[in-house]
Design a protein around this ligand. Sequence first.
Ligand SMILES: [Zn+2]
Length: 75
Amino acid sequence: MKFKCPECSKLFEAEGTRIEYHSPIYGPCAKYVGYCPDCNVESDEYREPNPGKKSQNYEPVSSPGCCCSGGSCGF
Ligand SMILES: [Zn+2]
């Protein structure tokens, strides 16, 4: 299972810890988190982008961190 650290953007392999939480929108949910070996920050599972499957309903909202105007950078 791969995780990506939000602090240092490091990708690392970890067994993962299952965390259950309650989403106000989706109700009871569970996700796996890992802890960065460098900064020990809780990290979400990293999902590799799937080029063959584009979500058509995804409408990107304007992101303050976006580096381009066309949205081609992934934000
Ligand atoms: Zn880190």
